[in-house]
Design a protein around this ligand. Structure first.
Ligand code: C2E
Ligand code: MG
Ligand code: MG
Length: 569
């Protein structure tokens, strides 16, 4: 059973968490001020610490610092008032697992705890050093290990706190995808690579400092009183080149790519943890950009990290506060230009930035694992809206509403149950709903995907493949699936006039689709000449700015009116 310590001066919050979390099988203690919270945290060991940022006697961050020094593995979560940048910045430095903005909801607290626990278990697995003959890092490479290095770093910082003219540089070096080396050549070769690297990374004696192996494939180099920033960067590049020279291990030539994160400090110093965090942040920054780089830390990175964290939090809150909205783009019959259906397209009404398109938040929602919640909202809202239109707009019963479904949402257990509930709640004909899936969903995890697709088909809901042609699905594969429609992405449509190759590809796609009994939609039609080509290609349906941009729900009756009369060409 996980133990949680809650420190908040508001009795109502303490009580709500106590009751709400106890039912989840957590053991909860609470304190109303910083001093008693610290005492409790030092007397007993807790897994999670939830602390208000503003306590009557001290700040929540001071409390966390204090408790972390005796229980380094504790997962700190802070509760803040409306977004304060400076404290979020501090929070990141302290490796606060998460921060929650007031007013709190129990769901977000629980989610935050779950994330913290998950991260801790991942970190524990990662922190385990690879198996090596000597057991400890020290044993393998002969270099000083983490605790020794941290001691030296601490001493160096203390000296520089007294003498402000002195400086230091901390360099972290890490192999890009060391796992690949181990997987490909075996751990024995991996170990030998680390030994060889250790030898290449030693400081040359002219320069005061220390090289250590922190863990796994991460090495740290401390340079005391380096002459200039440029020289530190030059030295880092030299080490990088040295590390990347091919090495021969057991007759095999192994080359690795390494990333270096670098922090240079002059005149003011933070704690060892701060320095290490900054170097790690620089290292991560470089790795995210493809690796193989020497990346010097700058405060901008911290701001970016804070901004990213804030954005994530806003997105999570956005779901709770229902800040999303759907816009609807008509899908038109090519033959007579009457309305066939609408595609629902999500937008987020961001509290500061206004209406955001899906490209700005859907990938993030996928990354942080909340795309299912977003998708559920979309399905519910689409179902509700469709019913409303059917009730109020004459002739709407024939209109089909397309809804985009993210891959992982679709593969989620209970997806088809959810779908059935939405149909039942709104008393909808299943055939009036069409789900758009991307090719990659159909290709990944295909057996499970086929199973769900078949279940959806049994329910009677229609299925479309979105952005066809951008992925790699083979027609022979699509043939096995009970699909209704294939949507050709705008990149193809836009090249129809300029590339004969593209034209031929689309022609083949249309021909094969007809054979399989699939309808074809051309997306992104922007002008008359594209429409002409589409007509010649005998494509059934069209969608694009030429007919209408996606519109708000209020504008839908007007769109229905506009496309009511057949226009024969
Ligand atoms: P998509 O499903 O292929 O949607 C078509 C996109 O093309 C829409 O962008 C639409 O506004 C845009 N478009 C329509 N006509 C034209 C045109 O004539 N020219 C050009 N250049 N573009 C046109 P939007 O709304 O920004 O959506 C982008 C993508 O985000 C969608 O691509 C879809 O993959 C995803 N998406 C949208 N709504 C949802 C949702 O509710 N859930 C999920 N999981 N994804 C969504
Ligand atoms: Mg779509
Ligand atoms: Mg599309």
């Amino acid at each position: 059973m996980e133990r949680i310590l809650v420190i908040d001066d508001e009795a109502s919050i303490r009580k709500a968490l106590q009751i709400g979390l106890a039912s989840e099988d957590f053991e909860i203690d609470s304190a109303s001020d910083g001093a008693s919270g610290i005492q409790m945290g030092q007397r007993k060991s807790y897994d999670i610490l939830i602390a208000d940022l503003c306590l009557p006697d001290m700040t929540g961050l001071d409390v966390i610092k204090e408790i972390k020094s005796s229980s380094p593995a504790i997962i700190p979560i802070v509760i803040t008032g409306k977004g304060s940048m400076q404290s979020s910045l501090e929070a990141i430095r302290l490796e606060v697992s998460d921060y929650l903005e007031k007013p709190l909801s129990l769901t977000s607290v629980k989610a935050s705890i779950a994330r913290g626990l998950e991260r801790r278990s991942i970190k524990r697995t990662e922190d385990r050093p690879p198996p090596s003959p000597g057991g400890t890092a020290d044993g393998l490479t002969g270099l000083p290990e983490r605790s020794q290095f941290m001691g030296r770093l601490k001493q160096a910082i203390t000296e520089r706190a007294r003498d402000r003219d002195r400086s230091l540089a901390l360099l972290l070096l890490d192999i890009d995808s060391f796992k690949g080396v181990n997987d490909r050549y075996g751990h024995h070769v991996g170990d030998r690579v680390l030994i060889e690297l250790a030898a290449r990374l030693k400081t040359d004696g002219k320069q005061a400092g220390m090289t250590a192996r922190l863990d796994g494939d991460t090495f740290a180099i401390l340079l005391e009183d380096p002459p200039s920033d440029d020289q530190v960067v030059a030295a880092a590049r030299k080490w990088q080149r040295a590390a990347e020279q091919p090495m021969v291990v057991d007759g095999i030539t192994v080359s690795v790519q390494v990333s270096i994160g670098l922090v240079i400090k002059r005149h003011f110093f933070n704690s060892t943890d701060d320095l290490l965090r900054d170097a790690e942040m620089a290292l991560e920054h470089g790795k995210e950009r493809g690796g193989g780089r020497v990346q010097v830390f700058d405060a901008h990175m911290l701001e970016q990290a804070v901004a990213a964290l804030q954005f994530e939090n806003q997105l999570r809150l956005g779901i709770q506060k229902a800040e999303f909205t759907l816009h609807y783009q008509p899908i038109i019959q090519t033959c007579d230009q009457t309305l066939s259906g609408f595609e629902a397209l999500i937008r987020w009404n961001h509290p500061e930035r206004g209406l955001l398109p899906p490209s700005e938040f859907i990938p993030k929602a996928e990354e942080i694992g909340i795309i299912n919640q977003v998708g559920q909202w979309v399905l519910h809202e689409a179902g509700r809206q469709l019913k409303e239109w059917q009730t109020h707009i004459a002739g709407f019963e024939k209109i089909v509403l397309n809804v985009n479904i993210a891959g992982c949402h679709f593969l989620q257990p209970g997806f088809t149950d959810d779908l059935q509930t939405i149909l039942a709640e709104n008393n909808l004909e299943p055939a009036n709903l069409k789900l758009e899936l991307t090719e990659s969903v159909l290709m990944d995890d295909s057996e499970r995907a086929i199973e769900i697709i078949k279940a959806i088909k049994t329910i009677g809901v229609q299925l479309a493949v979105d952005d066809f042609g951008t992925g790699y699905s083979a027609f022979s594969y699509l043939q096995q699936l009970p699909l209704d429609e294939l949507k050709i992405g705008e990149c193809f449509v836009q090249k129809l006039g300029t590339s004969t190759e593209c034209y031929e590809i689309v022609k083949t796609i249309v021909k094969l689709s007809k054979k399989l009994g699939l309808k074809v939609v051309a997306e992104g039609v922007e002008n008359e000449s594209q429409l002409d080509k589409i007509r010649k290609l005998d494509i059934d349906l069209v969608q694009g700015f030429f007919f209408s941009r996606p519109v708000e729900n209020e504008a839908v009756p007007e769109v229905v009116r506009r496309f009511r009369q057949p226009r024969l060409i």
